[in-house]
Write a new protein. Structure first.
Length: 477
């Protein structure tokens, strides 16, 4: 049957763009999100480069987690961390933005253009002001960090609020005349959202293309446009980007006005915290810019070092992980056979675990119930390993009652980490969680293992009858 993702707005937008450009795939959209996840999972995926190997480094990255960030489950996670939903949104959004906007490697992985899509028009919260928490966070962060934001919710909010019984443009809040919980929208929303995103992308492109061109050194140089992010330095003084072109008059006065701003520091502003003051923000920004100067090289500087223009932005992501996988993210990890093949090279023992796709949700599960065990071994690792992350699904009901998995990590006879991970909760939905385990050698009082070491990880179901692992990342940080 058809893939459920085919009806979502990214697939519809991709189809629209291909037809608009007469069959030419000039723009390639890839949906990299997983069901039941929010920005917290996005942070893990970007940090560890958990994208399929055939996915190129993106030119544009769109965070469209607004609905799941406002989900009841996200609210409960915030409560468990002694935070309000607003505080959790603020923290996760800023962490994600700073991670994406910081280059992974100078001259090879310039940050992609980051856009936030605010699509939340659900009723997880009944108070209208509370439902705007995500929108307010996105507006604040996009203003402070200078990233783009698109709000489908703002585009249709007045229509929805004018008749909350409609369900073309939002989720369905009434059934049989009774007010019900409705989080995720229907087909009409995805159609309309594809138009809203397309309009904003085209508006972005046409605005950029209307800006004046920067003078190039030769006819083969890539044409670039002059804008606020293109900083030009002329004899140590910023020229503010003014050019007397397109009908603009030349400046008459030769004398420069005093008090103008210095060239903006490279890099991103300091973290936005309650302690950040107007008195010190400039100094903090410039100090960080100097400290991390190698990361923030300009394209001309990279070209001068011999990097090719086309390669600066399009290298594949660096791989900080010794071993990693996430179901449905790689080309063949959407079927049990693909997951079995992924684990097989490192699976040294297995008693009762197998790849299964129950309810169309693929995962590694203990098919033999309580006591099921398996072991992964990595001989003479080629890189340091400091952290292990498991993406696990928690669910509810009799089947999941008491679900618990014991995980231990060993290097030789040294126990580096041990944890018991709970696989059930009392929420009436299934949800993906990221469980991190730091490796620590108590004998040497050091974190992780160095290259050349062996690593063995054992898993045993010690509670309940089932569990589900939907991803793994064994990495250098």
């Amino acid at each position: 049957g058809p893939n459920r993702r085919d009806g979502a707005w990214p697939a519809r937008l991709n189809h629209f763009l291909i037809n608009l450009f007469h069959g030419m795939e000039l723009i390639n959209l890839q949906t990299m999100a997983l069901g039941g996840t929010n920005t917290e999972t996005a942070i893990t995926m970007w940090d560890y480069s958990l994208l399929a190997g055939d996915i190129p480094y993106p030119d544009i990255l769109i965070n469209a987690y607004a609905t799941n960030d406002m989900h009841w489950n996200s609210m409960q996670d915030a409560i468990a961390r002694n935070q309000t939903l607003e505080q959790s949104l603020y923290k996760l959004s800023q962490e994600f933005i700073r991670m994406v906007m910081t280059p992974k490697k100078s001259c090879r992985h310039a940050p992609p253009m980051l856009l936030y899509l605010d699509d939340y028009l659900g009723n997880e919260q009944n108070e209208v002001l509370t439902t705007l928490a995500s929108s307010q966070t996105i507006n604040l962060m996009s203003s402070y960090y200078g990233i783009g934001s698109i709000s489908y919710a703002d585009a249709v909010r007045d229509v929805v609020y004018g008749d909350t019984k409609e369900w073309w443009l939002s989720s369905q809040w009434y059934e049989g005349g009774k007010y019900i919980r409705g989080v995720h929208p229907h087909m009409g929303t995805h159609i309309a959202m594809s138009w809203v995103v397309a309009f904003n992308l085209f508006n972005l492109v046409t605005t950029y293309c209307s800006l004046p061109e920067i003078e190039t050194q030769s006819a083969t140089d890539t044409i670039r446009r002059l804008h606020a992010g293109t900083e030009r330095n002329n004899k140590g003084e910023w020229d503010y980007g003014y050019q007397s072109i397109n009908g603009l008059p030349p400046l008459q006065a030769a004398k420069k006005l005093g008090g103008g701003p210095r060239e903006k520091p490279r890099g991103i502003p300091p973290p936005l915290t309650r302690d950040l003051s107007l008195e010190h923000i400039s100094d903090e920004w410039r100090e960080d810019s100097v400290e991390n100067a190698p990361l923030w090289k300009t394209i001309p500087e990279c070209l001068a070092e011999g990097h090719f223009d086309d390669a600066i932005d399009h290298d594949s992501l660096p791989k900080p992980c010794l071993f990693s996988w996430v179901v449905n993210m790689e080309r063949f990890l959407d079927k049990p056979k693909g997951l079995n093949n992924k684990l097989k090279p490192y699976l040294t023992s297995n008693s009762g675990w197998s790849a299964e796709a129950d309810n169309n949700k693929l995962g590694w599960v203990p098919s033999s119930g309580l006591g099921s065990k398996f072991t992964l071994e990595f001989k003479k690792v080629a890189q340091p390993v400091h952290m292990m992350t498991w993406m696990i699904m928690r669910s509810y009901g009799e089947k999941w009652d008491g679900s618990k998995l014991k995980v231990e990590a060993w290097s030789g006879e040294k126990l580096l980490a041990r944890d018991e991970i709970v696989g059930f909760h009392d929420k009436k939905t299934s949800e993906t969680y990221n469980i991190k385990m730091k490796l620590f050698d108590q004998e040497s009082d050091s974190i992780g293992i160095p290259p050349g070491s062996d690593l063995k990880v054992t898993f045993e179901l010690v509670g309940g009858t089932t569990f589900k692992i939907s991803g793994m990342a064994i990495c250098d940080h």
